[in-house]
Ligand binder design. Structure first.
Ligand code: ITT
Length: 192
């Protein structure tokens, strides 16, 4: 089957592609002819993911899905959460987002956080949601490691010694919020 992935974030494509069975052909937005920004104006991950998937479905009437992800930090009352992408402003700069979180977390002893991904899929014209989460904590400062993207250099999953930015793609995919949501999505597709 063919699935359009409603994202402009190539890192997400890079993480999800190797998790999909060969029977699923992933189609990038630009290959589906969509180059404009997709609005994400809702205030939950699920509603944002569905907004992105519906945007594509309404244009193309094809099976598609979107991923909305947020980093929820306990000591910050769940922020940046659904506002993760633009936490430090419209520029969506990962470096600035990380800097803002580290400043807000400077005096915080409790550093627990959860990465959450919600996948919204429209399959055969019907909407579905799949969630994945991983608990961990926020590092005192940016760790070494250039892998991953976004907040990966400050997130250390529980039970691990290193951040997502220090892990290979395979290691991150064996633990991550996104990989867990994708696994549920694949299970659903296989059960149809
Ligand atoms: P699309 O909406 O086009 O899919 P986006 O980058 O805007 O791409 P989100 O709305 O889901 O994606 O934004 C989530 C924010 O969290 C954004 O700043 C990402 O860089 C970051 N993020 C998402 N997944 C992440 C991951 O696995 N590790 C670290 N940071 C991540």
């Amino acid at each position: 089957m063919q699935l359009i992935f409603a994202t402009h974030n190539q890192h997400k494509v890079g993480e999800i592609s190797p998790l999909l069975p060969v029977s699923i052909k992933l189609v990038a937005l630009k290959d589906a002819g969509i180059t404009e920004d997709i609005p994400e104006t809702a205030d939950t991950l699920a509603a944002n993911a569905m907004q992105k998937a519906m945007f594509v479905y309404e244009k193309l009437k094809s099976d598609c899905f979107a991923d909305d992800t947020g980093l929820e930090i306990d000591a910050l009352g769940g922020r940046p959460g659904v506002y993760s992408a633009r936490y430090a402003g419209e520029g969506k700069s990962a470096a600035k987002n990380i800097e803002k979180v580290l400043i807000e977390m400077r005096d915080k002893r409790s550093r627990a956080a959860t990465f959450k991904t919600v996948i919204a899929a429209i399959i055969g014209g019907k909407p579905y949601l799949f969630e994945g989460a991983v608990k961990g904590f926020i590092a005192q400062q940016k760790t070494a490691g250039e892998n991953g993207f976004g907040y990966d250099a400050i997130f250390i999953p529980d039970g691990q010694m290193v951040s997502f930015a220090q892990m290979s793609l395979e290691e991150k995919n064996s633990l991550s919020h996104r990989a867990k949501a994708v696994a549920k999505f694949i299970e659903f597709l296989n059960s149809r």
